[in-house]
Ligand binder design. Structure first.
Ligand code: AMP
Ligand code: ZN
Ligand code: FE
Ligand code: FE
Length: 279
């Protein structure tokens, strides 16, 4: 059986509601799915209810973007206790998103592109509002051909409409993850922006020393060779290999649930290993 331990719903920047996501997981033959929306647990209750009905195990999770240079450091926290201190901190992170999003809209306005806060709120729906929602409005208004292109032209780090936002620092985030009964997994490790082996080694050692448990070796964008290399790296640094598609529905149309863009499933052994590493 296969699992998917990194997915997004309409409660952040995915296009399927939590219940639809669980139904899709059943269709795809997954035994378990982690819902890991950005900075919110708002979808967990709905997903849990549907999970029982469709016979797919739901792992409660969240994805956090942490303070980091030069690339991006995202951590997926699996098995998070929804009543924990970490859960309570998420609201402030969402407020930081809202402030950042308004600043992005102002920069776009200066470039002659008008997107109103109301349009953005309507596009985003209930949950955490993010750049993919702005990207989809840029496409709709004819300023970019695709969401990926909207990022490249405007929204990506270093782009003309990029604005940073409030984040947790890695020490705090990993400490709170552990206190929340969670298993912290380094998401899409290639985005750290490190290319020297010594830097990668130093970073993984440091992250592990402050509470990182796993690393996404089976990321949906990775081909078999890359996965093998990351599994070896996980072993070397005593981290548990995890994996997931980073499914966002229509916001990342080429990424399929379960297999991402690679066509390769995530073996369910990874879930057993992660479970064994719960605090
Ligand atoms: P936010 O959390 O609002 O800053 O937006 C981050 C999300 O935007 C990520 O989780 C991805 O889904 C998406 N994203 C980031 N960079 C890119 C990119 N270059 N192309 C497409 N999507 C991206
Ligand atoms: Zn996302
Ligand atoms: Fe991410
Ligand atoms: Fe993600």
């Amino acid at each position: 059986m296969a699992v998917d331990l990194h997915t997004h719903s309409t409660m952040s920047d995915g296009s399927l509601a939590p219940s639809q996501l669980m139904e899709h997981a059943a269709e795809m033959g997954l035994s378990a799915l982690a819902l890991t929306d950005h900075d919110t647990l708002a979808g967990i209750d709905e997903a849990t209810l549907t999970a029982e009905r469709v016979g797919v195990r739901l792992i409660p999770g969240v994805e956090l973007s942490l303070e980091w240079q030069p690339g991006t450091l995202h951590v997926v926290v699996l098995f998070i206790d929804t009543e924990s201190e970490l859960a309570g901190r998420l609201e402030a992170l969402r407020t930081g998103r809202d402030t950042r999003n308004l600043a992005i809209l102002e920069l776009l306005a200066e470039m002659g592109i008008e997107i109103t806060p109301e349009e953005l709120a309507q596009r985003a729906g209930d949950g955490a509002v993010g750049r993919p929602h702005i990207a989809s409005l840029l496409v709709e208004k004819g300023h970019a051909e695709s969401i990926g292109e909207a990022f490249e032209q405007f929204l990506a780090k270093g782009g003309p409409a990029y604005v940073d936002r409030a984040r947790l620092d890695p020490e705090t985030a990993l400490h709170l993850s552990r206190e929340a009964g969670g298993v912290a997994v380094l998401a899409h490790p290639h985005t750290l922006g490190l290319d020297r082996a010594a830097e990668i080694a130093e970073t993984l050692e440091w992250l592990r020393s402050i509470g990182l448990i796993g690393i996404e070796a089976h990321y949906g964008g990775y081909e078999g060779f890359t996965r093998t290399a990351y599994v070896a790296l996980a072993e070397k640094f005593d981290l548990v290999p995890s994996g997931g598609s980073d499914f966002h529905g229509d916001y990342k149309p080429d990424t399929l649930l379960g297999t991402g863009t690679s066509g390769i499933p995530v073996p369910d052994e990874v879930l057993q290993a992660l479970e064994g590493a719960r605090p």
